[in-house]
Design a protein around this ligand. Structure first.
Ligand code: ATP
Length: 318
């Protein structure tokens, strides 16, 4: 068995709408998810033992069974026990480039890379939908991270419908290193404040998703209308996160005032992004935001949207 190296891109939400509660306790969502070029690198290496071991030098990322990449490998061993026993353990080496706990699905991307990598290493021949089905067993963002690109996600985020991939736009990502927002807290608070607006009948839950392709943002994406896409960015979780975290709110305003096509918080935050028409524009906005907020706690990145999910960069058999 050979080693495999993979690229695991992060994601932003161009749209995040909370529709209601589901009988399984999750929220029913409509999201438009978009891969970005900023990515982790994952190396899977047979270690000659029967153990799974994770190495990641980022201090906020667990190197034990709590790591989502570990959980993905353990899931594969459970689903395919005889192959797992036959091929033995793996070292999972995570080179972290994606900011952690940032609403960019870093952990989910790493887990998706492990599923794709083990599929190759064990010659399983699973198709992308089959890998996505396995991914849905332990995380709502993981199925999207497998194929990536641009997709409408419904259900709890695991039902995917790929649309015209957007890869011509750039973005500035901004995040305070020391601020973390708990995703469960954000959804729980949203429920307590906006729960009265929820659609809870199982039959009615289907109706907002019925005409999803005729939504203005989906049409703008299909027409690659950058100005419209920028205007139509939306995230319901801003309604609870921004009032609670004034620094994120102020960062969002600073980014928005610096220009670009549109600014929005990604997922449950704390990352904020400004969509830009070009790399030059993104770099100019990055500089302006840095000049307005010279706080060393503020991290900024310029990256591009991308049209793919997990990519295999080296696998000697192929
Ligand atoms: P979510 O929205 O699911 O909370 P996120 O995209 O905001 O995720 P992640 O970077 O995935 O944030 O990290 C969330 C938490 O998951 C971190 O606090 C970290 O301790 C834990 N974690 C587990 N495995 C990983 C991993 N491989 N990479 C990053 N974080 C991980």
């Amino acid at each position: 068995m050979h080693s495999v190296s993979l690229i695991a891109p992060g994601k932003i939400n161009l749209d995040l709408e909370i529709i209601g509660d589901r009988p399984d306790g999750y929220h029913s969502l409509i999201m438009i998810l978009q891969s970005i070029k900023l990515a982790d690198k994952i190396l899977l290496h047979p270690n000659g033992t029967d153990l799974l071991r994770v190495t990641c030098h980022h201090r906020e990322v667990p190197s034990n069974q709590d790591n989502l990449a570990y959980k993905a490998a353990a899931l594969m061993q459970k689903e395919f026990p005889s192959l797992g026993a036959n091929y033995g353990g793996l070292d999972i080496i995570i080179e972290k480039h994606l900011p952690v706990a940032a609403g960019l699905a870093g952990g989910s991307a790493d887990a998706a890379a492990v599923l794709v990598g083990i599929n190759l290493m064990w010659d399983l021949g699973l198709t992308q939908p089959e890998i996505e089905e396995l991914a849905a067993k332990f995380g709502s963002d993981i199925p999207f991270c497998v194929g990536g690109g641009t997709a409408i996600a419904t259900g709890r985020g695991e039902k995917l419908d790929s649309i015209t991939p957007l890869d011509h736009l750039w973005l500035v990502l901004a995040k305070y290193r020391s601020i973390t927002v708990s995703t469960p807290w954000a959804y729980k608070t949203y429920r307590s404040v906006f729960g009265h607006t929820y659609i809870n009948e199982p039959a009615s839950l289907a109706s907002p998703t019925a005409h999803i392709h005729s939504r203005p943002l989906v049409k703008a994406i299909q027409q690659k209308n950058a100005a419209e896409i920028g205007k139509l960015l939306h995230n319901d979780l801003e309604k609870v996160v921004l009032p609670e975290f004034p620094k994120i709110n102020q960062l969002r305003e600073t980014c928005q005032n610096a220009g670009g096509l549109g600014t929005m918080m990604s997922g449950s935050g704390p990352s904020v992004f400004t969509l830009c028409a070009s790399e030059t524009e993104a770099e100019a906005i990055q500089q302006q935001v840095r000049a307005k907020i010279p706080d060393p706690d503020l991290e900024l990145w310029v990256t591009q949207l991308c049209s793919h999910g997990i990519q295999v960069i080296s696998h000697p058999k192929h």
